[in-house]
Write a protein that binds this ligand. Structure first.
Ligand SMILES: [Zn+2]
Length: 425
């Protein structure tokens, strides 16, 4: 079996600066759109960011319609509602103003309104059929309001498939927004726990793409069209991931202690885009793969700062709870990369033996978790040892990401990692 020899570096165009949201009308007109759907969630519908975006579009003579029914942590049902609205409205441009949930919903609405199909057609195999997107979509401009998913730079849309209780997604280069407008003015009002969880998501994107299976240890695709968006760690994504790890580690505590710290907030938002460029090309692995059943199987945990009407383990929290156990498991595959990640987070790695790389990275992560108010393991969000079989079963179908683990994980390995994640300190 020949191994991969080629990397494709893809990214959205990025515009960065305080107040840059005001330019969205100009940008959308450059893309040739006339009738634009502005996608957001109920919490943001009355926000300044949405008001500025709508005004900027209308000032350029564009017809702008607001859709504000995105669900935080979207589901197939909430995607379908947005798809229906987008299909009936016959829009030729999309603007997403919000967090990853909003941007992902706009990607799905754009996809199915442009290329109508049964919902599972484009959803990742083996849960869906995993068919490639047939061609270009309508222009999409993403304006993130949380420094989290980096969704403004990636071709991935994640949602909960309700009937199967799993998180899955749609991944294709064509889903990538045409432009990300990163405007630090838009993140001012983030609740503390939301800022912490989204920051952890960024850090995990970066550490996972740095430690993922290297691209040249993946089988070569039969033709270039079959090369996955998630290609494994590679020399280009490494640069973006490493920088993002440094930026988050240096700023996450600052931004929680003082939400008015413009410099720290701006760095976190930029770090999310840097990490997005890294993982959008390299991919993520076990912490993300194992997080999906943790989010999907939630019973009654309600996170402070998130909608109180239903139980929810926020995405970034679900990811970080398993990460220490994962890094202990994956470090033997490449101790040098795990030590590099710990060093970028600020750990002293001098004299540390390669066999201790996983422990050092795990300890560095746990230390920062405690300083950012994360729960003490899966037990603290309502899971017990009796749930581990369900969590393993929910991780196994996440091939798209788990196969990028630098060390293959058997069901028993996953079991041991979930057990070790019940209590972290
Ligand atoms: Zn994530």
């Amino acid at each position: 079996m020949p191994f991969e020899t080629t990397i494709l570096m893809s990214s959205s165009r990025i515009k960065f600066g305080p107040g840059a949201t005001r330019e969205v009308g100009y940008d959308m007109r450059q893309f040739g759109a006339r009738r634009v759907l502005v996608v957001t969630d109920p919490n943001l519908a009355g926000s300044e960011a949405v008001a500025i975006a709508l005004a900027a579009l209308r000032a350029e003579g564009l017809d702008a319609v607001l859709y504000d029914r995105v669900r935080v942590e979207p589901t197939d049902a909430s995607f379908k509602e947005a798809i229906r609205f987008a299909t009936e409205g016959r829009f030729d441009g999309y603007v997403a103003v919000g967090g990853g949930s909003v941007i992902d919903t706009a990607k799905a609405a754009n996809l199915y309104a442009t290329y109508p199909a049964d919902f599972l057609t484009y959803v990742n195999a083996p849960i869906g059929q995993g068919q490639p997107v047939p061609g270009r979509l309508k222009p999409l401009i993403a304006i993130p309001t949380t420094a989290g998913t980096g969704s403004e730079t990636t071709g991935v849309a994640i949602f909960d498939l309700l009937e199967r209780h799993v998180k899955t997604g749609i991944a294709h280069n064509m889903l990538r927004p045409d432009l990300g407008i990163i405007d630090p003015n838009n993140t001012i009002t983030l609740p503390r726990m939301v800022a912490a969880c989204t920051g952890w998501d960024v850090l995990c994107h970066a550490v996972e793409s740095l430690t993922a299976l290297p691209y040249n240890q993946r089988p070569a695709p039969d033709n270039p069209g079959l090369r996955p968006a998630y290609q494994g760690a590679n020399p280009i994504s490494d640069v973006w991931a490493a920088k993002a790890i440094e930026m988050v580690s240096a700023n996450i505590v600052r931004v929680l202690q003082d939400p008015e710290d413009d410099e720290a907030r701006s760095q976190m938002l930029l770090a999310a885009a840097f990490a997005g460029i890294g993982f959008g090309n390299a991919g993520v692995h076990l912490p993300h793969g194992m997080s999906y059943p943790v989010s999907g199987g939630v019973r009654n945990y309600v996170a402070e700062g998130y909608p109180a009407d239903r139980p929810l383990v926020p995405h970034g929290m679900a990811v970080i709870l398993n990460a220490p156990a994962v890094f202990r498991f994956t470090a033997p595959a490449d101790p040098g990369r795990h030590l590099h990640a710990a060093r970028l987070m600020g750990a002293d790695t001098s004299g540390v033996r390669p066999e201790d790389a996983g422990e050092l990275l795990a300890a560095t992560v746990v230390d920062l978790m405690r300083r950012t108010g994360m729960p003490n393991g899966l037990g603290a969000v309502g899971y017990t040892a009796d749930d581990v079989e369900m969590l393993v079963a929910g991780t196994l179908p996440q091939h798209r990401v788990t196969k990028l683990s630098p060390r293959p994980a058997s069901p028993d390995d996953l079991r041991q990692m979930f057990l070790a994640s019940l209590k972290l300190w």
